[in-house]
Design a protein around this ligand. Structure first.
Ligand SMILES: [Zn+2]
Length: 103
């Protein structure tokens, strides 16, 4: 499983037996692989009432901060090079999220 946290979210939804038409997952773009996520969702929910609920995925844009000049930027193509100083040392601020959006 690529998304172990999905299983916990499904368990939680089942426990709450929440009546809703759809749910929305916020997933960081660095770890987002939509087809895989939909497949795991289907596997986990196929024999439950959640199978009738539409899964929406919201991609959270990646954002990194350079550890040298502290410039905050959106990494391009999986690279980590700072566009301001060229350093490759960066801290990930956003892009690895995985949580249920509560409305
Ligand atoms: Zn920098």
């Amino acid at each position: 499983m690529k998304y172990p946290r999905l299983s916990a979210i499904v368990q939680d939804l089942l426990a709450r037996s929440a009546q809703r038409d759809s749910i929305e997952l916020a997933v960081g773009e660095l770890i987002l692989e939509e087809s895989q996520l939909y497949k795991e969702w289907t596997d986990l929910t196929s024999s439950t009432f959640l199978a009738d609920i539409k899964l929406n995925i919201r991609a959270v844009p990646a954002e990194q901060q350079c550890m040298w000049c502290f410039f905050v930027y959106r990494p391009a193509g999986g690279g980590t090079t700072c566009p301001q100083c060229g350093s490759v040392g960066a801290k990930i601020l956003h892009g690895e999220e995985f949580y249920l959006e509560e409305h």
